[in-house]
Design a binder for this molecule. Structure first.
Ligand code: MV4
Length: 475
């Protein structure tokens, strides 16, 4: 039984893990950098330890983190997402030091961290994959040969990376070499490994992911799918569960094949299989597997009632899954909005600063996973995520209209946010139709930006007039 758990992370996910531990009666240990002294999760943990020095290194130096865990008597570590969450050496070091790592085995993290090997293994396990190179590539000439066999357009991807880094779309042979070399340099810089691979590029698919849970006894179940197509430059913004336009038979195939493949390969703890789905052709392709908790796990929890973080901890403690696949039910639709401190006027550049007003919505079907409060100063060193709002309703249409109401209620002042962008999206009939692919936002942004600007001008005008009246009458 885990009695004390150290969270090797910060921000909203640290708060989320603390909540699950509180409900399980597990003591929590937070670590924080000098930039996070005032962060909410630090106040919520039973114990908190400052990690002095570089604000990012504080969450990456796993030797120091594991040694602290041993010193304070923590028997487990949860990595959250980002930072060390998919670092196999970290998971291995925990194993060597006798600390329970709340996540998959080091071997599974290593396997799925190699995108080329993962594709090969999952293809052998029966999942459809996108035509592409079977081995990592480093030589542009050899890669060009593969690209010509596949046929343009192709997508160059990093074999050991993610999140769009080292990724290039190539539409013509003559631009291949230069893009391959720049992708190589970028992958080398960001991941320390430049190896790449090439695939046929799908123009505007749905980006669908499947949440799975596996215990230490070979039981694997899925918790349904999430539609993560609404993203901007590889940053997910809005996620939906279930996908509102996925035909039932295609859903059953994707979910069933995911469980079947993972049962063959073997997997323990929480994981997410990523697919690209061509709705018109009814085809789906496995692209990669994330061996960690995801930001958007909240929408899956909302429609299934399962606490994924609790399940991760129970699995790590050696408990078998407490349910069969048939016990899992799916009810309604959930939409997650990532509320970021970003400035739509500066191309959504991160805009940290002090929050001067904070009123989050409530009422039926609203969940708030927050990391900020009035007078909190958002540090500039980390991602711009302030709070996640999950909206649930029994039907898709109701979920969208409830989201509209909640976004109208949501008030954050002192820093610009992407709430105005979300108000535009949920009012767009095309969003309501649900058939948005990964290009949706790229195509819609120019219109949204104009409307946000006009809206802001009106708001500024109303503010100017009202303050003039106030000062004129000395109110
Ligand atoms: C693709 C793709 C289209 N064709 N692969 C790779 C990282 C993963 N998280 C999403 N990725 C994609 N892989 C092929 N063969 C489209 C995506 C993709 C994407 C690509 C570029 C820009 C934004 C994107 C958002 C979601 C999915």
């Amino acid at each position: 039984m885990i009695k004390k758990l150290l969270i090797a992370n910060r921000g909203e996910v640290a708060g989320r893990i603390i909540r699950a531990c509180r409900e399980l009666g597990i003591k929590t240990v937070a670590i924080y950098s000098e930039a996070d002294v005032k962060s909410l999760y630090v106040k919520k943990a039973d114990e908190a330890y400052l990690i002095p020095g570089d604000p990012i290194e504080a969450y990456l130096n796993y030797v120091r983190i594991v040694d602290l865990a041993k010193q304070v008597g923590a028997d487990a570590i949860h990595p959250g997402y980002g930072f060390l969450a998919e670092n196999p050496d970290f998971a291995q070091y925990c194993r060597e030091k006798g600390i329970t790592f709340v996540g998959p085995t080091p071997e599974q993290i290593r396997l799925f961290g190699n995108k080329v090997l993962a594709k090969k293994v999952m293809k052998e396990a029966g999942l459809p994959v996108i035509p592409g190179s079977e081995e990592p590539l480093e030589d542009p000439e050899e890669a060009l040969k593969v690209a010509k066999e596949i046929g343009f357009p192709v997508l160059i991807k990093s074999a050991f990376g993610g999140g769009g880094r080292g990724m290039r779309v190539v539409r013509k042979e003559e631009e291949f070499k230069e893009k391959f070399e720049s992708a190589y340099r970028e992958a080398k810089t960001y991941f320390g490994r430049g190896e790449l691979f090439v695939e046929k590029y799908l123009e505007n698919p749905k980006h669908i992911e499947v949440q799975v849970l596996g215990d230490k006894y070979g039981n694997i179940i899925h918790l349904g799918e999430r539609d993560c197509s609404l993203q901007r430059r590889h940053q997910k913004l809005i996620e939906v569960a279930p996908c509102p336009v996925l035909p039932k038979e295609l859903r059953m195939k994707i979910l069933g094949e995911s469980v079947r493949a993972l049962s063959k390969v073997g997997y323990e703890n929480a994981g997410t299989l990523e697919f690209l789905v061509d709705l018109k052709r009814g085809e789906f392709y496995f692209i990669e597997m994330n061996t960690r908790l995801q930001v958007e796990h909240t929408i899956t929890e909302t429609i299934t009632g399962i606490d994924i973080v609790e399940m991760m901890i129970r699995i790590a403690e050696g408990e078998p899954l407490p349910f069969y696949q048939g016990d899992i039910t799916f009810r309604g639709y959930a939409i997650e909005f990532r509320i970021n401190a970003e400035d739509p006027k500066r191309d959504f550049a991160p805009s940290p600063g002090k929050i001067t007003a904070y009123y989050s919505p409530g009422g039926p079907g609203i969940r708030i996973d927050g990391a900020v409060y009035k007078d909190y100063i958002i540090p500039p060193f980390y991602d711009s995520l302030m709070v996640k709002m999950t909206v649930w309703a029994l039907t898709w249409e109701k979920a969208v209209s409830r989201a509209k109401r909640a976004l109208e209620e949501f008030t954050i002042r002192g820093v610009p946010t992407n709430i105005p962008l979300y108000r535009e999206i949920v009012s767009d009939p095309d969003f309501l139709r649900g058939d948005f692919g990964i290009r949706f936002l790229e195509e819609k942004l120019p219109i949204y930006k104009e409307r946000i600007k006009t809206l802001r001008r009106k708001e500024d005008l109303v503010l100017a007039i009202s303050s003039a009246i106030v000062s004129y009458y000395g109110l």
